[in-house]
Design a protein around this ligand. Structure first.
Ligand code: IPE
Ligand code: IPE
Ligand code: MG
Ligand code: MG
Ligand code: MG
Length: 293
């Protein structure tokens, strides 16, 4: 597989559908739509929706049916970034190559655009074409749990509570698994549900997702230290400025990179247990660990 072309084509497909799912409208509340579109469109690597589509492709599931669920994931992810950047959270002014939403719009608009994308994601899922009612209930359940109070939000609360404290590696792993890992697990689970994967196959997919999800956030910690804002498209040195414990502060750069690599190796081995051609997911997982932004 030509992974570069695959990424470009698939992210274009996602972009086109996101644009349709959050359209401009000449309504009295059009500023809400404009704010949501500012954050959602024209930026972002789209790795979670791409993971859903690639997993569906690997299982030879229906690709058309994967698009709306993939967009729902990206809406939740974008909302999480909008709120993550707010002054009361990480207080970061730069995101996806431009000023953060609360810098381009009033702060209240940023909060509400996040709320909008969060709720809209579930409406999009419920209305997703080409899926059975049972499949849609499974997707709603997975997303509600992984984005919710036992998942991403739990991770975010632990993350802000840990500011300025000494966190050990186990505690940091839990934060990373929850704030970032859970949404990545959900992305592969989505592909499994859309393709009618078996219970055993879902278990394997979840483990694959957990490992690449943790590796992804370890690399995020690394890039916060090593990347430039220009290249990264978002504020860098945010963790240092906010006095956060990260894999880099606990293990150093080299050991963190080595751990991400180890997680990658373990993750791709799991793909051998699935009745799929693992090349596409292996290439994507590689990107999670070797990315430079
Ligand atoms: C950033 O995610 C936030 C984390 C969970 C680490 P991405 O690195 O996927 O950000 P975008 O979507 O490409 O902007
Ligand atoms: C964010 O982790 C995880 C989210 C749920 C948004 P970070 O705070 O490290 O993400 P960045 O570095 O701002 O993208
Ligand atoms: Mg954060
Ligand atoms: Mg942040
Ligand atoms: Mg970060």
């Amino acid at each position: 597989v030509d992974i570069t072309k695959y990424l470009i084509d698939t992210s274009e497909l996602i972009e086109e559908h996101l644009n349709r799912l959050v359209p401009e409208k000449e309504v009295p509340y059009r500023s809400l739509l404009r704010a949501a579109r500012y954050a959602l469109l024209g930026g972002g690597k789209r790795l979670r929706p791409i993971l859903t589509i690639a997993t569906t492709e690997a299982f030879k599931g229906c690709l058309d049916a994967a698009i709306a669920p993939a967009c729902a994931l990206e809406m939740i992810h974008t909302y999480s970034l909008i709120h993550d950047d707010l002054p009361c959270m990480d207080n970061d002014d730069f995101r996806r190559g431009k000023p953060s939403l609360h810098k381009a719009f009033p702060e209240g608009h940023a909060v509400l655009a996040g709320d909008f994308l969060l709720t809209h994601a579930f409406a999009v899922l419920a209305e997703a074409p080409g899926l059975s009612a049972e499949q849609k209930v499974s997707l709603v359940t997975i997303l509600g749990k992984s984005a919710g109070g036992e998942g991403m939000i739990a991770g975010q609360i632990l993350d802000i509570e840990a500011v300025g404290t000494e966190v050990d590696l186990d505690a940091l792993q839990l934060i990373h698994q929850k704030k970032t890992g859970e949404m990545i697990v959900a992305s592969v689970e989505f592909g499994g549900i859309i393709s009618h994967a078996t219970y055993e196959q879902m278990e394997i997919l979840r483990k694959f997702g957990q490992e690449i999800g943790l590796a992804f956030q370890i690399v995020d910690d690394i890039l916060d230290v090593t990347a430039s804002q220009e290249k990264h498209g978002k504020a860098v040195a945010s963790d240092v400025i906010n006095d956060k414990s990260t894999y880099v502060t606990l293990l150093g750069l080299q050991k963190s990179q080595a751990l991400a690599e180890k997680l990658f190796q373990s993750a791709i081995k799991r793909l051998d247990q699935l009745p799929i051609n693992g090349a596409l997911l292996t290439n994507l997982a590689r990107l999670f660990v070797n990315r430079t932004h």
